[in-house]
Write a protein that binds this ligand. Structure first.
Ligand code: GDP
Length: 333
C-alpha cells in the first residue's frame, strides 16, 4: 500500500503531456484522433473545414490497449501522452502547403514530432490487417503494393528533404533525433497505430520526463486567435506548465482573463459547442481564454502571466521580445 501511495505521489508531480496533431486538411487528423480515442469528434465538426491544431488528451488506457500486440511493455511513466506533435501526411498525396506551414511552426517552437504517413489502406490492392503493427501488415501485402508504397515513400522523403528535413521509416531509423521518424498508418483500419502510439510513449519517456515534471512557472503558448460567437475574440492556448486563474493579468497585450474555458471532456477545442468554465487551470491543458484586446494576440507566441511579485514592465518586455522573435522567424520562413 505504501508503494502505491509513493507511486501516486510521484505521478502527481508529473503533469499530463500534450500531443498536437497537425497537417493538411483531409490528411486524416480527426480520423486518427477518433481512432485512437475510440470517440467521434468528426461529427461535431459539421463540415467545417479548417487547418487546425487539435489539442487533446490521449487516455493512457487506450495506449496500453492498443500497443498490446507489439508486446513491448509500454510502462507509462507519464499520465496520458506527450509534448510532441504528430504531423499527418496523406501517403497518397504527399506534402501540401499546410504540411509545410505546420513544419515551420514545429521548427519555430523546436517541437519534437513524428510523421504519420496516413491512409496506407488506400494503396491500390491493400490487404486489411486490422490494428496490426505496420511491419506485420506490410509483410501481408503483394509485391505491387509494396512497390507502390516504396515509390510514394521515396517521393515523400524527397519532399521533406526539399524542406531541409531528413526522414526515415522509424523501424529503419538509425539516427533518431537527427532523422525524423515516419510511421505508416491507417486511421480507418488501424495498421501502424500501435507503432505510432508506442513511438510517442517511448520518445516522450526517453526525452521528456524531466520536462514534464510539473512546476509552478507558467509556460503557455498561443495556438490560435479566433472570434467565437458570444465570446468575442478568444485565444486557444496550451498551458504547458504552471497554473492560471480567472482574473490573472496576462501579456503581451496586457489584459485580464475574463474566462477560462475548456471543451467538454474528450472533445477537441476546435469542436463547436459549449464550454466548461474554470476558476483556475493546472498544466497541462488546452484552454480557451476570453479577455479584452485579444485580437492583437499572435499565434505561436508565448502568453505571459503577471505574478504578484513580477514587475509588469519586465513581463511586458519579455513578451515583446518573444513576439519579435516569432515575427522575424515567420518573415524569414
Ligand atoms: P482532417 O481534415 O485532417 O482532420 O481529415 P479527416 O480526419 O477529416 O479525414 C478526411 C477524410 O479522409 C475523411 O473522409 C476520412 O474518413 C478519410 N480518412 C482519414 N484517414 C484515413 C485513412 O487512414 N484511410 C482512408 N481510406 N481514409 C481516411
Amino acid at each position: 500500500a505504501e508503494d502505491a501511495t509513493h507511486k501516486q505521489a510521484e505521478e502527481n508531480l508529473l503533469r499530463s503531456p500534450i500531443c498536437c496533431i497537425m497537417g493538411h486538411v483531409d490528411a486524416g487528423k480527426t480520423k486518427l484522433l477518433d481512432f485512437v480515442r475510440g470517440t467521434n469528434v468528426q461529427e461535431g465538426e459539421a463540415g467545417f473545414i479548417t487547418q487546425q491544431i487539435g489539442a487533446t488528451y490521449f487516455p493512457a488506457e487506450n495506449i496500453r490497449e492498443r500497443t498490446k500486440e507489439l508486446k513491448a511493455d509500454a510502462k507509462l511513466k507519464v499520465p496520458g501522452l506527450c509534448d510532441i506533435a504528430i504531423l499527418v501526411v496523406d501517403i497518397t498525396d504527399g506534402l501540401k502547403p499546410q504540411t509545410i506551414e505546420s513544419l515551420k511552426l514545429l521548427k519555430m517552437r523546436n517541437t519534437e514530432f513524428i510523421i504519420a504517413l496516413n491512409k496506407v489502406d488506400r494503396l491500390y490492392g491493400w490487404k486489411t490487417c486490422r490494428n496490426a503493427p505496420i511491419v506485420k501488415a506490410m509483410k501481408q501485402q503483394s509485391k505491387d503494393v509494396q512497390n507502390e508504397f516504396n515509390m510514394k515513400l521515396r517521393q515523400i522523403v524527397t519532399q521533406f528533404m526539399e524542406q531541409g528535413l531528413n526522414t526515415e521509416l522509424y523501424y529503419k531509423n538509425r539516427e533518431m533525433g537527427e532523422t525524423f521518424n515516419m510511421v505508416p498508418t491507417s486511421a480507418i483500419s488501424g495498421e501502424g497505430i500501435p507503432d505510432l502510439l508506442l513511438l510517442l510513449v517511448q520518445w516522450t519517456q526517453k526525452t521528456m520526463v524531466e520536462k514534464l515534471t510539473f512546476n509552478n512557472k507558467v509556460q503557455c503558448t498561443v495556438l490560435e486567435v479566433k472570434v467565437i460567437e458570444g465570446h468575442g475574440t478568444t485565444i486557444d492556448v496550451v498551458l504547458v506548465n504552471g497554473v492560471i486563474h480567472e482574473g490573472d493579468q496576462i501579456g503581451p497585450i496586457v489584459t485580464t482573463i475574463r474566462a477560462l474555458l475548456t471543451p467538454h471532456p474528450m472533445k477537441e477545442l476546435r469542436v463547436k459547442g459549449t464550454y466548461l468554465h474554470h476558476k483556475e487551470i493546472k498544466a497541462a491543458q488546452g484552454i480557451k481564454i476570453t479577455a479584452q484586446g485579444l485580437e492583437h494576440a499572435i499565434a505561436g507566441t508565448g502568453l505571459y502571466v503577471v505574478g504578484i511579485d513580477d514587475d509588469l514592465e519586465d513581463v511586458k518586455e519579455a513578451a515583446m521580445e518573444d513576439m519579435k522573435s516569432v515575427m522575424s522567424r515567420i518573415d524569414k520562413s
